[in-house]
Design a protein around this ligand. Structure first.
Ligand code: MLT
Length: 240
């Protein structure tokens, strides 16, 4: 199976991901928040790039049916219901609700994959489920790292490396691009201390400085969720 890791989206033309199989990674924290919200019963997630777009979508929905969510500079957006901490997305809060989510980097990637073939959402929390689905589909895959402000983000590289590692553990022969080989090396260098590796990244340090260390502890629970999330028709939902 050929796996290509993409560290920098800016190098790709607008239609690059059309018809391709992709996995979206924003381990800190958008994709971790998404899979957590869905596992706690959220009724679909609408990832959008801007605050304005999020507000506009909310205006067409009945107020009791949705939560307006997202962050800028790690903090909840003024007037929004929730930020981007997975710990906020408890069953009591999100069950049955549609989640309109805008984050600094992660939700922007969804604009690039509207015409892709299969779009899976990965975090450390559901990594083995995603690995299994990729193996089942047995086609070429693109792992898109959301990055941070257009730059390489090592937390996403760690997640990409973890996903590749899980696939290799299933005795699948994998051909990697250069970024894929790098991601695997970065993951293996953690020597299985994923939590400490995440905390050492630039993004991890920013989250800790802003009071979100517990998010990283939660996200470090590899494979705690048996949930496959896909993006289809502008919505992230659970594939049953
Ligand atoms: C992002 O989209 O950049 C992140 O999810 C930011 C964050 O840590 O909240």
């Amino acid at each position: 199976m050929k796996i290509n890791v993409i560290f920098l989206l800016r190098d790709k033309k607008d239609d690059f991901f059309t018809g391709k199989n992709v996995v979206i990674i924003d381990i800190l924290r958008a994709t971790s928040t998404m899979v957590t919200a869905l596992s706690n019963g959220a009724n679909g997630i609408f990832p959008v790039s801007s605050v304005e777009e999020a507000v506009k979508i909310s205006k067409n929905l009945e107020r009791t049916t949705y939560l307006l969510c997202g962050e800028r500079n790690t903090k909840v957006i003024e007037g929004f219901d929730l930020g981007n901490s997975p710990l906020e997305y408890t069953e009591k809060v999100v069950s049955g609700k549609k989640i309109i989510l805008t984050t600094t980097n992660g939700t922007k990637v969804f604009d690039e994959v509207k015409h892709s073939k299969n779009v899976l959402i990965v975090s450390s929390l559901n990594v083995s489920v995603v690995a299994k689905k990729m193996i089942e589909i047995a086609d070429e895959w693109y792992l898109i790292c959301s990055g941070r402000n257009g730059c390489y983000d090592e937390s996403d590289a760690l997640c990409a490396g973890l996903l590749i590692y899980k696939i290799i553990q299933n005795n699948v022969k994998v051909e990697l691009n250069d970024a894929g080989r790098t991601a695997l090396v970065v993951y293996k260098s953690t020597k299985a201390n994923f939590n400490s590796a995440l905390k050492k990244t630039e993004h991890g340090k920013i989250l800790i400085a802003n009071g979100f260390e517990m998010d990283i502890d939660f996200i470090s629970n590899i494979d705690s969720l048996e949930l496959l999330a896909i993006y289809l028709n502008n919505t992230v939902s659970v594939l049953q």
